[in-house]
Unconditional design. Sequence first.
Length: 128
Amino acid sequence: MNNRYPKLEQILCAQPGATHDYKPEWGWDRYLVGGKMFAATCLPDMKHGIYGGHPLLSIKCDPLRAQALQEQFEDIHPGFYMDKTHWISIFLDGSVPDDIVYDLCSSAYQLVFSKLTRRLQSQILSQS
């Protein structure tokens, strides 16, 4: 997979309580906190329209920010196979600046982490 963001996996896995798994039937690397997915990477085949042939990072995103990002960057699109309001997909072979991608990874984690129960949040933070 052509990924021009060398720190991507490191940043996704460095979040407190973050886990990684691979879903073979989807061909997705998934990043989760508290059992909830906040990011995924995949390489859709050509039958998937504009997403086909592009390595993707799909991440949870605030809807207003998602809309603004899609207007600003040609390599950010509605989430691939995800809720198009709360998820975006970034072409990892595209031209979105590194700092934007890495910030979006942290923001995606925070969005999901903030929805976990306080007990689970405390548990995760105490183990970090």
